[in-house]
Write a protein that binds this ligand. Structure first.
Ligand SMILES: Cc1cc2nc3c(=O)[nH]c(=O)nc-3n(C[C@H](O)[C@H](O)[C@H](O)COP(=O)(O)OP(=O)(O)OC[C@H]3O[C@@H](n4cnc5c(N)ncnc54)[C@H](O)[C@@H]3O)c2cc1C
Ligand code: SF4
Length: 511
């Protein structure tokens, strides 16, 4: 049974062998694997527990309910919107189901640069377990919708390489609004797969329980401290969990927040919150003469990997992806006012959205704000701004090659309205400077990175804190670098790998 503020009447004082914080791609996997290994597990999740009946697919209702900071989290300069889920299942309830294993050259890079002790082959059993649980399979051709087909058509004409990806959906009705939560239980999120399995294995799962800090003594975490708060934020009581081992999986922005609030300051602590990568993305829209109805069907099925070759260069490149924008979000992002804006919105059903997602070497930092909220700083290097602009030009080429009669590049001031035959290098000249065009991130990572050197990393190759002997981390924050691929399978596979390490070494770890 999953408890929440609806069923919890007051404060919680619990004892457990393991306390897991966060129920997304990292935390849900750890909770299930350790509960099945016979450990007594308590899982604390800050957000609520929602099921298909709650997912109304209305953005004005779902964004405030299900996302961090009501869907408005951003870098401190407001230039980059950061979307993260805040509910049982974390961001897996909202993601777009692309499933990719960790690129082998990235694992090699992690071994070379951060001394990671395991190999790509060592991760294979974890990939297989995770993919089985999430029902990963190829997207059927019949479910590639018109929007995705247009992008494929453009790529094929230009000779750009792309693929129809794998996904974790079962019996998908192609209703299209995946980001707002699936009302048909087709998306195999953590809330539908690992969390019920953890529950069956005896894990005690508590929604609406944000963790504030860890209490420590010497080199051990002694207690996890938080509170019970309902969806409106009203505090219902205190939460205190005494556990022999703690796994922090609150995501790449919140895990460092919890550590910084806990005033840890020993080995590995200098890197907490540093090395933030965002996989920043920027989007363009093409307008066609024919109907596209981008809101019908799986939003992302095709995936353009022409401009990333991690074997050749594991430190650079970008992916091009289709994107379908919700009506209000599209209206907010599209440029213009009054009649100009209305004219654009009248073409909503004839629009194809396309985005560039950067494998970023640029870095940022997450710090504690005076109001308790994270302060997220990120600097997109000029060379990477130029790379994104190059990607935007290729996006425009793809749209025109598949018949767009107009392409909109939504700079805040003086947006570009391009016609077939226009000089597309105008995009390179305008560039992609944060603050001048909307940027977004759904993949924040790297803020508590893994590595064998405590002077460079927060946790070791097994997610174990360099400072506190009974603290592990398992979320996207532990990536030692930008991943350069959609991250849910990597996050879940690393969590599986870490959970199996904990289970195998339990006595030594807690003794
Ligand atoms: C819109 C969107 C689309 C995406 N599309 C894809 C895709 O197609 N393919 C792909 O591979 N990846 C995709 N991703 C990314 C993928 O979902 C993430 O890689 C993955 O969910 C990260 O797992 P995590 O455990 O690090 O964080 P999350 O899944 O975000 O989980 C963290 C959990 O911790 C909880 N938490 C935070 N703070 C606290 C606290 N103080 N106390 C208790 N609990 C706390 C949060 O509420 C959340 O539930 C997408 C993400 C988004 C947002
Ligand atoms: S497209 Fe499929 S997975 Fe996405 S919300 Fe609709 S039914 Fe669910």
């Amino acid at each position: 049974m999953i408890q929440s503020a609806k069923t919890l009447s007051g404060s919680l004082e619990l004892k457990a062998e393991v306390c897991v914080i966060g129920s997304g791609a990292g935390g849900a996997v750890v909770a299930k694997e350790l509960a099945e290994a016979g450990r007594d597990v308590v899982l604390l999740e800050q957000g609520g527990y929602y099921t298909k009946e709650d997912f109304t697919q209305r953005e004005e209702e779902m964004m405030p309910l299900l996302f961090e900071e009501m869907g408005q989290r951003s870098t401190e300069d407001g230039a980059i919107l950061i979307l993260q889920g805040r509910n049982i299942g974390g961001s897996t309830v909202h993601n777009l189901c692309y499933c990719f294993r960790t690129p082998r050259p990235i694992v090699e890079k992690w071994r070379r640069e951060e001394g990671i002790v395991w190999t790509y082959e060592d991760l294979l059993p974890s990939f297989e377990r995770v993919e089985r649980m999430l029902h990963v399979q190829p997207i059927p051709e019949a479910q590639v919708n018109t929007l995705n087909r247009k992008i494929r058509e453009g790529c094929e004409k230009l000779g750009f390489h792309g693929i129809v990806a794998h996904h974790n959906r079962v019996n998908c009705t192609s209703s299209g609004f995946c980001i707002l939560g699936c009302p048909f239980d087709a998306k195999q999120s953590m809330a539908l797969t690992y969390i019920p399995a953890a529950d069956r294995a005896g894990a005690r799962i508590f929604a609406d329980c944000p963790v504030d800090r860890l209490e420590t003594r010497g080199d051990r975490v002694t207690r996890v401290v938080g509170h019970v708060a309902d969806a409106a934020g009203t505090v219902r009581g205190e939460v205190r969990v005494e556990a022999e081992l703690v796994v922090l999986s609150a995501g790449a922005i919140n895990s460092p927040q919890i550590l910084l609030r806990s005033a840890v300051g020993g080995k590995g602590s200098t890197s907490i919150g540093k090395h933030l990568h965002l996989h920043p993305s920027v989007l363009l829209a093409g307008i066609y003469d024919e109907d596209i109805y981008g809101y019908l069907g799986i939003p992302q099925s095709y995936y353009v990997d022409e401009f990333i070759d991690l074997e050749r260069n594991p430190d650079s490149g970008y992916i091009i992806m289709p994107i379908f924008g919700f009506p209000v979000a599209t209206a907010a992002q599209l440029p213009g006012f009054g009649r100009t804006h209305a004219r654009l919105m009248r073409s909503y059903h004839r629009m194809v959205g396309i985005l560039v997602l950067l494998h970023d070497q640029s870095e940022g930092e997450v710090r504690l704000g005076s109001d308790g909220r994270p302060r997220i700083r990120y600097h997109l290097r000029p060379a990477e701004q130029a790379l994104m602009a190059e990607g935007m030009r290729h996006c425009a080429e793809i749209l025109f090659a598949s018949g767009a009669r107009e392409v909109v590049v939504p700079y805040h001031r003086e947006p570009l309205w391009l016609k077939p035959g226009d000089d597309l290098f105008v995009i390179d000249r305008r560039g992609c400077r944060p603050g001048e065009i909307p940027l977004a991130s759904t993949h924040p990572q790297g803020t508590c990175r893994m590595g064998e050197d405590p002077a460079r990393a927060v946790v070791n190759s097994w997610g174990k804190s360099h400072e506190l002997r009974n603290l592990f981390l398992a979320d996207m924050g532990i990536f030692p670098s930008s991943l350069g691929a959609p991250p849910q399978i990597t996050t879940a596979a690393l969590a599986d790998h870490i959970a199996h390490f904990i289970a195998a070494h339990w006595r030594k770890l807690v003794g």
